[in-house]
Write a protein that binds this ligand. Structure first.
Ligand SMILES: [Zn+2]
Length: 209
C-alpha cells in the first residue's frame, strides 16, 4: 500500500464479503499489524505465509492494533497471542461486548433484542441454522485498552487512533499522517455502507454515532 505497508486479504467464510483485509507495517525489523483476521487454521496459515514473505514470523509481531471486536478482526490476534505472547490493543469501548461474549446471559439478551425489534422471522432462521462447533474461548481481554483519541508511536512512524463508533461501539480507525494512510477497518467498505453492528449491549443510537 505504501513503503513498508502491506495488505493481506484473509478468508471470511459465511459472509457477504469475500475477504477481510489485515495490514502489516514493517517497523524497525518487526511488525505492527492492523487487525488480525478470523481465528481459523486456514487463515493463520495464510497469514504466516504472507509475513514470511516479509522475512518475519509470528514472534516478530510486536503488536496487533485491532479496529474493532468483531470475530474476523479480533480473534486471530488472541489465538496467535496464546502461542507467541504478542501484544494486542483494542478500544475500551469494546469491553462490554467481550464481557457479553463470555456471559451466557449476554447471548440471551442478544436474542431478546431480536424479539423486541419484532425480528421473529430472523430469530427462527437463526434457530434453524447449522452452527459451527464451539471454538476455544478467544474472547479474552487485550493487553492494552485504547481510551479515546490516542497517539501510538512505532519505531519509524506515528499513528493516531481515532474513535469512529457506529459499526461497533468501540470502532477505531488508525491514521498515519506522515504517509497519508488511514486504516479504516469496517468504518469504510468498498461497495456497501458499513452495517450498524448487532451488539448485545448496543449504544442508544449507533447510526447517529
Ligand atoms: Zn465488523
Amino acid at each position: 500500500m505504501a513503503d513498508g505497508v502491506f495488505r493481506i486479504p484473509l478468508p471470511l467464510p459465511n459472509d457477504g464479503l469475500r475477504a477481510v483485509n489485515v495490514y502489516a507495517i514493517v517497523d524497525d525489523g518487526g511488525l505492527t499489524m492492523i487487525d488480525s483476521g478470523w481465528a481459523l487454521a486456514e487463515s493463520q496459515e495464510l497469514l504466516g505465509r504472507a509475513i514470511a514473505a516479509l522475512d518475519c514470523g509470528f514472534p516478530d509481531i510486536r503488536r496487533f492494533l485491532v479496529t474493532h471486536v468483531h470475530r474476523d478482526h479480533y480473534t486471530q490476534a488472541i489465538a496467535i497471542r496464546q502461542t507467541y505472547g504478542n501484544q494486542v490493543a483494542l478500544s475500551i469501548d469494546e469491553r462490554t461486548s467481550i464481557d457479553n461474549a463470555n456471559d451466557r446471559q449476554g447471548f440471551r439478551r442478544h436474542l431478546n433484542q431480536l424479539v423486541r425489534c419484532d425480528a421473529g422471522p430472523v430469530l427462527e432462521m437463526f434457530r434453524k441454522m447449522d452452527r459451527p462447533p464451539p471454538e476455544p474461548n478467544l474472547w479474552e481481554y487485550p493487553d492494552e485498552w485504547i481510551d479515546g483519541r490516542t497517539d501510538i508511536k512505532l519505531a519509524e512512524r506515528a499513528l493516531v487512533a481515532i474513535p469512529t463508533p457506529g459499526h461497533t461501539r468501540g470502532h477505531l480507525i488508525f491514521r498515519d499522517d506522515s504517509n497519508v494512510l488511514t486504516f479504516t477497518g469496517d468504518h469504510v467498505l468498498p461497495h456497501i455502507t458499513p452495517s450498524i453492528g448487532f451488539e448485545a449491549a448496543p449504544s442508544d443510537m449507533p447510526l447517529a454515532d
